[in-house]
Design a protein around this ligand. Structure first.
Ligand SMILES: [Zn+2]
Length: 468
């Protein structure tokens, strides 16, 4: 098998990948909290685990890729209270609805659905979580206070091995973990939270309560993949405290190494700013589709950046991605239509092998997808026979997942927003306000459309079609 290199957050270095039990590889990804639509930043993390799986399979490994669904937590309960009605029923309604939406979104960007058992839900794991917490208490790593149970960080000397966060730093309050319960030390975190009798909760040796957030990932990952597994994936925002706490719980319980490689994906920025639900500057996949984009355009855009680099999302960059994807698809189609099988000269055979090797070297080098895309473009422009070009493009697409053999996306029709802007521009022009009209034209351009003034009045067209 070829050498694979992954950047391991545990060592902060690129390391040669060596699975515990080849050819099988276990991967766990922190999944969605199903109380709202995913934003496109969440989708970038989920794409990262899909790319890892595809890369490993292309190298001959068998993967078991697990991703949890958080269907019970404070945010969900808060939302249920807003919606009103019997709590348990409302929670079920919310989580069923947003799980469905989540699964639709990932499928639209060509992430295959997982089997049910590879997609564990918190509510199915309550008794296993309770048992796990009980064991941590018995081992002296956790303590009960007022019906809640906390992990005692001072009993786990390796705390901070992932994030490098120092216990003293935590104590001095420079980085406090927010939690509204009483604790011995500020850094201790809740494994089990006491709840009021009339609140959502479950019986436990410590009274009525529900799991803390971090514990679910330790329990579900180890239950599905074993005490020690190969790769843990998540957004970089989960590195601390979430993943640090997962390590403390899991290694505290088993005394064994929890995870061999932690792989963290960087954020998506929108117009240079950090995207978050609280800042209200996040987009969902539907927002892109509403503007006429093929969802796979987002996948293409994400492939153009390395997963460890922040990616700045703009409508302009998405528009370029759509043009590039359309161009690729038309080239692949052209190669397919030239059916004539020509004999492969030794020189061209060598070229073919070089393209294949270069592509694999790129993805095996810590998932260097920008470079892999460059190899694809170079190959499409080369003089190798069309039939081989087509075959190789489809082979590369097993990794990229861009559905290159599918027809080009239909021409984007001007959306209601664009039409309105065009009318506004026309009105300004008729009033002689050309400067303002130009500003509106710029807005239309940013949305990926151009305005052409014809004898019959202005015509709005998709920018990528206007270019060709
Ligand atoms: Zn997690």
């Amino acid at each position: 098998m070829a050498d694979i290199y992954l950047n391991n957050s545990l060592s902060r270095k690129k390391e040669k990948f060596a699975p515990i039990d080849p050819p099988s590889v276990g991967i766990y990804t922190c999944g969605p909290t199903v109380y709202d639509r995913m934003h496109i930043g969440n989708l970038r993390t989920f794409l990262l685990s899909d790319l890892l799986v595809r890369m490993l399979r292309l190298n001959g490994y068998e993967t078991k890729s697990v991703q949890n669904i958080t269907d019970l937590d404070d945010k969900i309960i808060k939302k249920a209270k807003e919606w009103g009605g019997p709590a348990e029923k409302v929670i079920e309604k919310i989580t069923r609805e947003f799980t469905k939406r989540f699964l639709e979104d990932v499928q639209k960007i060509n992430i295959p659905l997982r089997r049910r058992e590879d997609q564990p839900k918190v509510t199915d794991f309550i008794s296993k979580i309770r048992k796990y917490v009980k064991e941590l208490v018995q081992k002296g790593l956790a303590y009960e206070r007022d019906g809640s149970v906390y992990f005692n960080i001072s009993k786990f000397p390796k705390y901070g091995k992932l994030s490098g966060v120092k216990k003293r730093e935590l104590k001095s309050g420079t980085r406090t973990l927010s939690d509204e319960y009483t604790k011995n030390n500020v850094q201790d975190f809740a494994l089990w939270k006491a709840t009021a009798e009339d609140d959502i909760g479950f019986d436990s040796p410590w009274g009525r309560g529900r799991p803390g957030w971090h514990i679910e990932c330790s329990v579900m990952s180890q239950d599905t993949l074993g005490d020690t597994f190969d790769i843990h994936v998540g957004g970089v925002d989960l590195l601390f405290p979430h993943h640090e706490n997962e390590i403390a719980q899991s290694e505290g319980k088993t005394g064994k190494e929890f995870v061999r490689y932690f792989v963290h994906g960087e954020h998506v920025l929108v117009d240079g700013k950090k995207m978050s639900k609280s800042l209200n500057n996040f987009y969902t996949l539907d927002n892109l589709v509403e503007k006429g984009f093929d969802p796979l355009t987002l996948r293409y855009l994400y492939l153009t950046a390395h997963y460890r680099d922040p990616l700045n999302f703009t409508w302009e960059s998405l528009n370029s991605a759509q043009s590039a994807l359309n161009k690729l698809r038309s080239q692949v189609l052209a190669a397919k239509n030239q059916k004539k099988r020509t004999t492969l000269s030794p020189e061209k055979q060598v070229k073919l092998d070089v393209f294949r090797k270069k592509f694999l070297a790129a993805i095996n080098n810590d998932l260097n997808t920008p470079q892999a895309l460059a190899v694809l473009w170079e190959m499409m422009k080369s003089n190798i026979p069309s039939e081989d070009k087509y075959d190789l493009a489809l082979f590369f697409d097993e990794m990229l997942g861009l559905k290159l053999a599918e027809p080009m996306a239909a021409e984007r029709r001007p959306t209601a927003e664009v039409k309105k802007l065009a009318e506004e521009r026309e009105k300004l022009r008729s009033e002689g306000k050309f400067k303002e009209a130009d500003k509106v034209r710029k807005k239309i351009q940013d949305l990926g459309f151009v305005v052409k003034d014809t004898g019959q009045g202005p015509e709005v067209k998709s920018a990528q079609n206007a270019q060709t």
